[in-house]
Write a protein that binds this ligand. Structure first.
Ligand code: SAH
Ligand code: SF4
Ligand code: F3S
Length: 483
């Protein structure tokens, strides 16, 4: 397994460009929207599509048809920003051939670089941070009258709670629903608190309504999104004090229960859990409902306690292992995935070995693995030196990837012969003779289509696998969509 291969894995979550499509304009203008970064960015793009459609814009998947191009960006690692910069340079050249074309940068890079985008880089006309999307129509008008437009104000309470996102690029089966915005954690390597601002939770009623609407329009899976879903709280301060005595409070496990009760046919997933905040109560609610998937993404970052302190993660190796033990005790077959960073500041060989030993001990089903990339303004940039050489970072990453993939393969091989419930998401990438979906444990599962179709729950007997995918044969169609 090479680092290049991991890059591909990396891009599958952080940096896949997706183009949102369809819709005729009522104002004669077409919008092309492209997203990079995490699921929260993709969810935000659906909010942006909704705001712009309300203004009369049509949306297109063909950038050559566009009057306005918006690109929703990610700053998590330097290589994410580099890719986006190349793309923007491309658009800048297009502007020379198509005067009047408006190009806007949204999201985390917009927030991080602010006016610099207009002044030094001259790449774009609009710079809009993650909390300013309601202002986009005004910003576009400003550009129409010959100015450049910027809004990078971060908010303490914007959650876009009342906006119904437009699901334009999805599969019509699984949808993202944001439950919190921002992050208060200040992990020392991470740029997100600077690009997304303070953490705030969205009202439980609007979350439940959005999930119900998705179900009513044929969706069969929702993924509740937040940088740290476990810190979701409504009508409570971070210390747990009630804000309004006359209203009820909601924590994450209660919210998840509300969503799970919409229908047993609506699968519930969530991301991301934080080891310092994930309670047994959350795992118990997962165990109580069949439709809450037995899968937890619990980023560890490192297996060494000293390193975790430098990362300001708020837990030790032992604490993390205790959370894993709680999951295994309450949901013995729960799938667990993680994120790992190699070569963070001052990482010693011994600390790296602790990460390897933790991987061996936990046996993650899946992992996203990254080389540390220093980000401006973060605690680590100010406090520590990025002093692990590129060669050592790469060598450690390769070692971690090799170990992880061999374990993931073994865990998939153990599934051969077993029967898994799969929600069908569509045709497989390679052939329309095969369908693709995910099992309860979030493993991609491919099988010959038979009479099954998108949106069906089916039983699949696993016959083959790789470390990333399961393959099998259709045993039974459990519930079929009628449309
Ligand atoms: N909120 C989530 C993660 C968001 S970012 C959490 O706390 O787990 C997704 C992943 O990117 C992180 O888990 C981390 O592994 C990685 N990451 C974040 N900053 C990074 C950096 N500066 N260099 C390399 N990887 C980074
Ligand atoms: Fe970044 Fe840490 Fe917040 Fe995750 S919890 S977004 S890693 S600061
Ligand atoms: Fe990237 Fe911003 Fe998400 S930095 S990972 S798009 S919160």
């Amino acid at each position: 397994m090479s680092i290049e291969d991991n890059k591909e894995m990396d891009e599958s979550l952080q940096g896949t460009a997706t183009v949102i499509k369809t819709g005729k304009p009522s104002n004669g203008k077409m919008l092309f929207l492209e997203s990079y970064g995490c699921a929260m960015n993709f969810a935000d793009s659906e909010v942006v599509a909704s705001i712009m459609t309300e203004e009369g814009y049509g949306t297109t998947s063909d950038e050559h048809e566009a009057d306005i191009i918006l690109i929703n960006t990610c700053s998590i690692r330097e290589n994410a920003e580099e890719r986006i910069r190349k793309r923007l340079t491309n658009f800048k050249n297009r502007k020379k051939r198509q005067p009047g074309l408006i190009v806007g940068v949204l999201g985390c890079m917009a927030e991080r670089l602010k006016q610099a985008f207009l002044e030094e880089e001259q790449l774009v006309d609009i710079v809009a941070g993650p909390d300013s999307y309601r202002d986009l129509p005004n910003l576009v008008n400003e550009v129409g009258s010959g100015q450049k437009a910027v809004n990078v104000l971060l908010s303490r309470d914007e959650t876009y709670a009342d906006i119904s996102p437009i699901r334009l690029n999805g599969n019509g089966v699984s949808g993202y629903v944001s439950i919190t915005r921002g992050c208060d954690n200040m992990c020392s390597f991470c740029v997100v608190p600077f690009t997304r601002g303070r953490e705030r939770s969205r009202s439980p009623e609007t979350i439940e309504r959005e999930c119900r609407d998705l179900f009513d329009s044929g969706y069969r899976e929702v993924t509740l999104l937040g940088q740290n879903v476990d810190s979701y709280r409504w009508n409570m301060t971070s210390k747990g004090e009630i804000k309004d005595e006359t209203a009820s409070t909601t924590n994450f496990s209660q919210l998840m229960e509300m969503v799970a009760q919409i229908s047993p046919e609506l699968r519930v997933r969530f991301s991301t859990s934080h080891p310092k905040d994930m309670t047994d109560e959350v795992i118990e609610v997962m165990a109580k409902y069949d439709n809450i998937c037995s899968y937890i993404h619990l980023p560890v970052q490192s297996g060494n306690t000293e390193m975790l302190k430098r990362m300001n993660r708020g837990y030790s190796r032992e604490w993390y292992l205790d959370r894993i033990a709680a999951i295994r005790r309450i949901i013995p077959d729960c799938a667990i995935s993680t994120d790992i960073i190699t070569g963070f500041c001052d990482e010693t060989e011994e600390e790296h070995n602790d990460t390897l030993s933790l991987i061996k001990e936990v046996k993650f089903d899946f992992a996203f693995m990254y080389k540390y990339s220093e980000r401006p303004k973060t605690l680590a940039e100010r406090r520590y030196e990025d002093n692990v050489s590129e060669e050592v970072k790469s060598a450690r990453l390769t070692e971690i990837i090799d170990l992880q993939l061999s374990q993931a393969l073994a865990s998939h091989q153990a599934q051969i012969g077993k029967i898994h419930k799969v929600l069908v998401e569509g045709f497989s990438k390679r052939s329309d003779d095969f369908l693709s979906g995910r099992n309860d444990y979030n493993s991609k599962t491919i099988f010959p289509r038979g009479k099954a179709k998108k949106g069906d729950y089916v039983l699949v007997k696993i016959t083959e696998c790789t470390s990333a995918t399961l393959k099998g044969e259709l045993v039974e169609i459990l519930t079929s969509v009628t449309n």
